[in-house]
Ligand binder design. Structure first.
Ligand code: GRF
Length: 200
């Protein structure tokens, strides 16, 4: 399984995938890493692993649709079986989804459908939930609304800050991502309506 991973930040989810792919038995390898901005640790992690990288900056394109088309073309150059949005902070659009819908995964640091959007851990903390977590889903046209592949729950501690909570979520998120991508690579994934299961 050829993976293309898109990042926007520190890339610890990417790193977890890179470490897993180092095991032959895992069944997948990261063939390229893309980003929407330069100078992020996620790109440095790819470069250290000798993996090709590309950057598609929104500001360099006439509008979002043009950016989306170029992003899709860049990803397509690497002929992925699966695209993983791992901390990618932009919404992919119609051009991207036409080509990679149904085989693009995204991770979100909350238990969907709760707390979609940019501040899952902060929103969970503010709401006062006692349990939150991470969700892996197949990307659709909405914001964090796609069919759910896997979820992992973590407790919210009384003294949590947004940062301590997000770090606890990320530990569970990375394990969930690595496990699910490996199973998809080895077993495949089947979607019926909103219900997702591993296997062909
Ligand atoms: C992850 O928690 C992801 O779900 C969220 O931002 C974080 C990215 O972390 N969107 P990293 O860049 O993989 O370290």
């Amino acid at each position: 399984q050829r993976l293309v991973v898109l990042v926007s930040g520190s890339g610890t989810n990417l790193q977890a995938l890179l470490d897993a792919c180092a095991q032959e038995s895992y069944g997948a390898r990261v063939v390229a890493v893309g980003a929407d901005r330069d100078g992020i640790e996620g790109l440095a992690r790819a470069e250290r692993a000798g993996i090709p990288t590309f950057v598609v900056r929104v500001g360099e394109h006439a509008d979002r649709a043009a950016w989306d088309a170029v992003l899709a073309a860049e990803v397509a150059r690497h002929e992925p079986d699966l695209v993983v949005l791992a901390g990618f902070m932009k919404l992919v659009g119609p051009a991207f989804l036409d080509r990679f819908g149904g085989r693009t995964l995204n991770t979100h640091p909350a238990l969907s459908p709760a707390f979609p959007g940019m501040h899952g851990p902060r929103d969970a903390l503010a709401y006062g939930v006692k349990v939150t977590g991470a969700t892996l889903f197949l990307v659709d046209a909405g914001v964090d609304t796609g069919a759910i592949v896997a979820q992992a729950a973590v407790p919210v501690e009384a003294d949590d800050s947004e940062e301590t909570l997000h770090e606890r979520i990320k530990v569970a998120e990375r394990a969930m991502l690595v496990e699910a991508v490996g199973r998809i690579a080895r077993e495949g994934v089947t979607v019926e309506g909103r219900r997702v299961r591993f296997g062909r």
